[in-house]
Design a protein around this ligand. Structure first.
Ligand SMILES: Cc1cc2nc3c(=O)[nH]c(=O)nc-3n(C[C@H](O)[C@H](O)[C@H](O)COP(=O)(O)OP(=O)(O)OC[C@H]3O[C@@H](n4cnc5c(N)ncnc54)[C@H](O)[C@@H]3O)c2cc1C
Ligand SMILES: *[C@@H]1O[C@H](CO)[C@@H](O)[C@H](O)[C@H]1NC(C)=O
Ligand SMILES: *[C@@H]1O[C@H](CO)[C@@H](O)[C@H](O)[C@H]1NC(C)=O
Length: 544
């Protein structure tokens, strides 16, 4: 019914909020002076290779060890921390990795040479860097054959350095695909499984770490261990969400489902936060619901409803002029329903029925239809546009929080109502998940309530800016948000956590800290791995 009113056209493509931001950034950038490089100063000092490195060089490898031109390994998407390593290993085999780690491990705790696996380097705060250490470039392992197994519980075996986008394309050849995703697919398996991998499917399937049957891991002692729920389960659970602390993921067996061909992609707006969250929570509680549920916040975006209207089919003009968005806050609920062409009638009825139960502002219903790949790879479209404008490799002071349902209203009132003036620095995602179906044995730290919200402040700092779009301003704003959470004693947890002291890490892990330390002692006793998180600065023998 609603669908018919909208005059649905499959040729309509979303005009993303991200595109709007891009235009704003573009506008600001054009006004700014150009011509100088704004990157944070990088130390390019050549360090003398230490003793371990010299002996490492005599190892026989399938790949190679590089001691020069390793500046890239000191970069990441956050573009805030830059710590150059002494060497980069480009492994061609798992034994390259195990041999190298074993060698460093056997040199003992005086070697001081830390080791970081680097996936696609899309960390935000130097997590894949190793200051004066050794970086293992996991993408060199790519290209190892992906093995797809169909049957009742289909899966694919992939390298830890494989990009999710490649896995999508390969599995689709067999009509299959992974179940749980991230919003952006140019990330490696090892990189997202070390965190969680959360997107709009996580309310249904859990995060990516919930959808793994088996891993092959090289521990901090250089041992190659295969692990799963039934075999070396402690290492398996430890590594999932384990921030790279217990081992390097060299292979993963990922659960698959049959892949849909098409996606109905829907956005609606709310001005009332309570109605917005009520509808989101209602949708995730249903058995028969959308396949993807997310949402985002739009604060004081001048003319948002006009640009909203432009993205509609011009044959079906939106009566949005009755709204004046300036100075106001809106909440966009974003939903997707997967389907195959032969099911279109049933799917339309199902979608109509779900939408008829929601309380959004009626003329803001925006519906589109795209292929499954177009839907999943949507952020890559924005990436290409931003890259073309030189706006991709800017500073990204992101902040990701997991907020218990009982506290989301207090949080929203202060943060969206008072701390943030607008959302011109980047999207703010907000959506709930019910973690009763999530595996609680992994290393991932979440709030204790069943239902919590992911709130992601995905800010970009504008180069050369000194005002409200500058890195300093945004970092300060993030700090104000975190300070508010701690003063109001909200039981918030950081996702993609970043702390600089062990006390803060201990507080982050809370009751899980003891188990985390025990696993470190068991699998990486010299604390060689993933030093960029700054969780363990010393070998476990000296750790109290
Ligand atoms: C544009 C963009 C969108 C994003 N969207 C989402 C999202 O929707 N949902 C979400 O959950 N996250 C999202 N992220 C965050 C992303 O999942 C993490 O930053 C992830 O770590 C990046 O993967 P990477 O391959 O670049 O890892 P890297 O940055 O290279 O590494 C991240 C960490 O994992 C460790 N590591 C890397 N490879 C391995 C391995 N094989 N074994 C063990 N440890 C390893 C590193 O040492 C480091 O500590 C997004 C990031 C970006 C830049
Ligand atoms: C979360 O999921 C569980 C199990 O499906 C369910 O019993 C519970 O009611 C859900 N909680 C909410 C608040 O939706
Ligand atoms: C909204 O933005 C406009 C222009 O960007 C600004 O003049 C106005 O003060 C802002 N309103 C609020 C409530 O912050």
């Amino acid at each position: 019914m609603v669908l018919k009113l909208i005059g649905f056209s499959k040729h309509v493509i979303f005009s993303f909020i991200k595109t709007i931001i891009l235009l704003i950034l573009n506008f600001i950038l054009h006004k700014a002076d150009s011509g100088c490089n704004n990157s944070v100063t990088t130390s390019l000092v050549q360090f003398p290779p230490n003793e371990v490195l010299i002996s490492l060089q005599s190892q026989v490898l399938d790949g190679h060890l590089s001691l020069k031109d390793n500046e890239d390994a000191a970069k990441d998407f956050g573009n805030i921390h830059h710590f150059p390593p002494l060497a980069v290993l480009h492994p061609k085999s798992v034994s390259d990795i195990s041999r190298t780690i074993k060698h460093v491990f056997e040199k003992g705790s005086d070697s001081e040479l830390k080791i970081a696996a680097r996936g696609h380097g899309h960390s935000l705060q130097g997590q894949s860097q190793a200051h004066e250490g050794l970086v293992i470039k996991m993408e060199s392992l790519q290209g190892h054959e992906m093995k797809i197994h169909s049957g009742e519980f289909p899966y694919v075996d992939v390298s830890g350095g494989e990009l999710w986008i490649n896995i999508l394309h390969e599995t689709l050849k067999h009509g299959l695909a992974p179940k749980s995703w991230t919003d952006y697919l140019h990330l490696t398996v090892g990189g997202t499984l070390s965190n969680a991998g959360i997107s709009g499917q996580a309310f249904k399937h859990g995060p990516q770490i919930n959808n793994i049957f088996q891993l092959e891991v090289v521990t901090g002692k250089g041992e190659v261990v295969t692990c799963s729920e039934n075999r070396n389960a402690d290492l398996f659970h430890g590594v999932l969400g384990g921030l790279g602390q217990f081992g390097i993921i060299t292979r993963a067996r990922i659960s698959l489902e049959s892949a849909p061909k098409r996606v109905k992609w829907i956005r609606v707006l709310y001005s009332d936060f309570s109605l917005f969250t009520r509808d989101q929570e209602y949708l995730i509680s249903l058995k028969d619901t959308f396949d993807y549920i997310e949402g985002f916040v739009i604060i004081n975006r001048t003319g948002i409803l006009n640009s909203w209207r432009l993205s509609f089919d011009p044959k079906d003009p939106l009566q949005a002029s009755q709204f004046n968005s300036d100075g106001k806050t809106f909440y966009c609920l974003e939903m997707a329903k997967y389907f195959n062409p032969d099911e279109v009638e049933v799917v339309n009825q199902g979608v109509d029925h779900l939408l008829s139960q929601l309380s959004y502002i009626p003329p803001t219903l925006f519906l589109s239809e795209v292929s499954y790949v177009e839907f999943l790879d949507r952020v890559h479209v924005s990436e290409k546009k931003l890259r073309a404008q030189g706006l991709w490799e800017v500073h990204h002071p992101w902040l990701n929080l997991l907020i218990p349902r009982s506290e989301i209203h207090d949080f929203a009132e202060v943060v969206f109502g008072h701390i943030l003036k607008d959302t011109s620095n980047g999207p703010i995602l907000i959506y709930p998940v019910n973690q009763t179906r999530w595996n609680s044995k992994t290393s991932l730290v979440t709030p204790e309530e069943d239902v919590f919200y992911l709130v992601a402040f995905l800010s970009s700092a504008v180069p050369f800016s000194t005002g409200e779009n500058s890195l300093e301003y945004i970092l300060n704003q993030n700090k104000r948000i975190l300070d508010f959470c701690s003063h109001a004693q909200l039981n918030v947890k950081q996702y993609l956590p970043h702390y600089s002291t062990q006390e803060e890490w201990q507080a982050h892990f809370g009751s899980q800290w003891g188990a985390f330390v025990e696993r470190k002692r068991a699998y990486d006793p010299l604390a060689l791995l993933a030093p960029g998180h700054k969780i363990f600065q010393k070998a476990m023998s000296t750790f109290i």
